[in-house]
Every structure is written in structure tokens, then in C-alpha cells.
Ligand binder design. Structure first.
Ligand code: ATP
Length: 322
């Protein structure tokens, strides 16, 4: 049976590009002759009835905005069997027979459970962290990396003027992808990520000292959020090298901002693809990028996949920063 009345929601942490995905879902659904509804505040909105019918103009002027115009939430009530059943019953009451969920892997578990309760769901990966195993890319990741890079470029100028070292913590939770790529882009002397065990003396101190011997006098060390201890790392660098050192935790600035071209285009493609799947009667699927292609996978299988870290790229980052 093909789906006729669908809803879209954003869940978990917000990410730049979520709006482009929502816009694509709404406009594709309308062009396929479906009715489309927006749910505010993630799964919470299904429970409380924060559901609104969308038309073509409802998603005007959001493609360039960061955050999520639908608002998001973490819903403890939904995260229970009774909550999922209540949400599915509400969907049935409203005649909603398909839901597109934009979020991270917690949100995909929610989508899997809602599918199990009888409401077909499709997941779109949206999180700045790029920490979803089944996909090479998550919406928001490119914008977050560019924001981190721009901020560190600014830090670098003052670091250079004062012959200092700056230890910069970037986001990513347990995933080091933002740190790895940003570290390369800003020419960090060392990048620490949770996926790679490091030897502080060899991978940080010795690198700084060797570079000092060749005339370098200012340093950026990028540390992934999953490593933590940035204050301690900073103090140890200053003590071991004698270089005045500072800490910067970039924090939530990385979650905001106007999405890059890449995020807007991937989000638009995924939004379109998700509605095609619902139109074709598919459910419990999650979209993933493999290289430049978008594919769809079973949500349950996708959630069981192990994450792969790009060891080669890490090696390159350490080879180039001298
Ligand atoms: P991010 O990676 O940006 O934090 P996320 O989607 O992983 O995004 P979570 O807070 O883990 O964020 O999940 C978002 C919401 O999804 C939760 O608040 C909850 O309502 C729902 N959810 C998470 N796990 C489950 C689960 N096992 N069953 C049902 N719902 C779940």
C-alpha cells in the first residue's frame, strides 16, 4: 500500500542542513500528491499533538538557516514502549501513514520502534558529529567543520602574534572525524582523537619540540571532545616546552550557522529520496551516503554496523603537521 499522508520531524541534537531536509520532504511530498505534516519538538510533538499541515510556502526561507525550524527535543516519554505505542496511536488518529525522521542514531532507534508499532518510518542522518556508522556523511558535519576551521584560523593569528600554543577542543562526542579533518585544514601540529591511542610525549611534546628546532614558534593542537582533559593537556604542554599555552573550547558555536552548499544539497537529495521510499511502500529504512551516492539500508541492520575510522587520513594528518 502506498503512503498518502506523511509527517516529518527533527530529533536529537540540531544540525545545520536539517531545514533543507525538511523543505525537501515537504515539497517532494506535495509534488507526489501526498498530504504532509510537520511535527514540532521531535517525537515529543507526536505525543502532545504539535502537528501542523504544511504547504509549499510553509518551508519558504528556511534552506539557508541553521538550527531546525521544526524545533527538536530529547523525549524521555517517547523512549518507552508505552510512549512509542501512544505516538503510533496518535499517528493513526491523524491518518498519518508514514514518518520521516531527521536525527542521529538515537532517533533511528525511535524510528525503528515506531515502524514496529505499525507506522512506516524512514531515517535521514542529521548530526554534526558524523558518528553514525552506516553512512560516510551526516547532514551538518560539513558546516560544523567549516565553522571550526574558521574559528581556529582566527585563533591562529593571535597565537602567532604571541608565540603561543593553543589547545582547541572541537565537538564530535566519541567520534574524532571533526577533529581529524579540522586538524588537517588548520595545520595542527598534533590532533588527538578517541579512535587512536596516543603517546603524549611522542605525539604532542616531541612534535612541538622538533618543529621549534626548525623555526616554528606558534602551535595549534586540536583535541576531539571524546578525549577531554584539554586544560590538563594545555598545562602539560606549557610545562614541558616552556611555550605559553591557552585553551579554547569551541562548544556550541559549531552547531549553528548557515549550512554549506554540501549540507544543503545532501539534505535536499535525502529529503527527496526519503519521500520516494514512502511513496513506494518502503519502511524501516535509513538513508546513507557511500561516496557520492545515497543508498538506503534496513534501520536495524544499520544500527548494528561498526563505525570505521579513516586511519590513513589520520596518518596523513600527522605526516603533514611538522
Ligand atoms: P544526536 O546524535 O545529535 O544526539 P540522536 O538522535 O542520537 O542525535 P538521542 O537523544 O540519542 O539523539 O535520541 C533522540 C530521541 O530519540 C530521544 O530523546 C528519544 O525520544 C528517541 N529515542 C532514542 N533512543 C530510543 C529508543 N531506543 N527507543 C525509542 N526512542 C528512542
Amino acid at each position: 500500500m502506498s503512503t498518502k499522508k506523511i509527517a516529518v520531524l527533527t530529533s536529537g541534537g540540531d544540525a545545520p542542513g536539517m531545514n533543507a531536509a525538511v523543505r525537501a520532504v515537504v515539497r517532494t511530498a506535495i509534488s507526489f500528491g501526498m498530504e504532509v505534516y510537520a511535527v514540532r519538538h521531535g517525537y515529543n510533538g507526536l505525543l502532545t499533538g504539535e502537528v501542523e499541515k504544511m504547504d509549499l510556502r510553509s518551508v519558504s526561507n528556511i534552506i539557508q538557516r541553521g538550527g531546525t525550524a521544526l524545533l527538536t527535543a530529547r523525549s524521555p516519554e517517547y523512549n518507552t514502549p508505552a510512549g512509542v505505542k501512544k505516538a503510533a496511536d496518535k499517528c493513526r488518529e491523524m491518518g498519518i501513514d508514514g514518518v520521516v525522521v531527521v536525527g542521529g542514531d538515537g532517533s533511528f532507534r525511535g524510528a525503528r520502534d515506531l515502524t514496529g508499532a505499525g507506522i512506516p518510518c524512514i531515517g535521514i542522518p542529521g548530526t554534526i558529529d558524523n558518528d553514525i556508522a552506516c553512512t560516510d556523511y551526516t547532514i551538518g558535519y560539513d558546516t560544523a567543520m567549516n565553522t571550526a576551521m574558521e574559528m581556529i584560523d582566527k585563533i591562529r593569528e593571535t597565537t602567532e602574534s604571541h608565540d603561543r600554543c593553543n589547545v582547541v577542543e572541537v565537538m564530535g562526542r566519541r567520534c574524532g572525524d571533526i577533529a581529524l579533518n579540522t586538524g588537517i585544514a588548520v595545520g595542527a601540529i598534533s590532533t588527538l582523537v578517541p579512535e587512536v591511542e596516543y603517546d603524549f610525549e611522542k605525539d604532542v611534546i616531541e612534535r612541538i619540540k622538533k618543529a621549534q628546532e626548525t623555526g616554528k614558534h606558534h602551535f595549534i593542537v586540536v583535541v576531539a571532545e571524546g578525549i577531554g582533559h584539554v586544560e590538563e593537556i594545555c598545562k602539560k604542554i606549557e610545562a614541558a616546552t616552556g611555550i605559553e599555552s591557552r585553551v579554547t573550547i569551541l562548544g556550541h558555536v559549531q552547531r549553528g550557522g548557515s549550512p554549506t552548499v554540501h549540507d544543503r544539497v545532501v539534505a535536499s537529495r535525502m529529503g527527496y529520496y526519503a519521500v520516494e521510499l514512502l511513496r513506494d511502500g518502503k519502511s524501516n529504512r535509513v538513508l546513507a551516503m557511500k561516496g557520492e551516492d545515497i543508498i538506503d539500508l534496513d534501520i536495524t541492520e544499520a544500527l548494528d554496523m561498526p563505525r570505521v575510522f579513516d586511519e590513513k587520513l589520520y596518518k596523513i594528518s600527522m605526516e603533514l603537521s611538522r
